[in-house]
Ligand binder design. Structure first.
Ligand SMILES: Nc1ncnc2c1ncn2[C@@H]1O[C@H](COP(=O)(O)OP(=O)(O)OP(=O)(O)O)[C@@H](O)[C@H]1O
Length: 115
C-alpha cells in the first residue's frame, strides 16, 4: 500500500499517470531554480533504471466555457525544468480535474477569464 505521506493533497486519490505534452502545460509562476538539483534530476530521468524515482507532476485540468482544456502546473519546478532541458516531448503527470475557482486560489487577480 502506498504511503500517504508521499502524496500531495491534490493527487491523493488520483492514480493514473498520463504522458502530457510539455508544450501544453501552462506554468504561470517563474521559479527560482537550484541548478545542482535540476542537473541531478536530469541525470536521474535520463537513466532508465532510475527515472521511476521521480514522481509525476500534479496538473490542474480545467475546462473553459468554450470547451477548451487548460493544463495548469504550479509545483514540480525542478522536475519540469529537467524534463524540458532534456528535450523530452512529454512529462509524466497526474491530472486533477479542477475549476476556475481552484485556479483563483493560486492566481488571485491574475486569473484568466476561462469561464
Ligand atoms: N536526482 C534527484 N534530485 C532531486 N530529486 C529527485 C532526484 N531523483 C528523484 N527525485 C525525487 O523527485 C522529487 C523532486 O521533488 P521536489 O519537491 O524536491 O522538487 P520539484 O517539485 O521538482 O521542485 P519544487 O519543489 O521547487 O517545485 C522528489 O520526490 C525526489 O525524491
Amino acid at each position: 500500500m502506498a504511503n500517504d505521506a508521499d502524496r500531495t493533497i491534490h493527487a491523493a486519490h488520483i492514480n493514473d499517470i498520463h504522458n502530457v505534452p510539455i508544450r501544453i502545460l501552462i506554468r504561470p509562476i517563474i521559479p527560482v531554480l537550484d541548478e545542482d538539483k535540476v542537473n541531478s534530476l536530469m541525470e536521474t530521468i535520463k537513466d532508465e533504471s532510475t527515472q521511476n524515482q521521480v514522481p509525476p507532476l500534479d496538473i490542474l485540468w480545467i475546462t473553459g466555457r468554450e470547451g477548451g482544456d487548460y493544463y495548469y502546473s504550479f509545483g514540480g519546478c525542478h522536475r519540469y525544468e529537467a524534463y524540458k532541458r532534456l528535450g523530452l516531448e512529454t512529462v509524466p503527470c497526474k491530472l486533477f480535474k479542477s475549476t476556475v475557482d481552484d485556479l483563483k486560489t493560486y492566481l488571485g487577480a491574475s486569473c484568466p477569464d476561462l469561464l
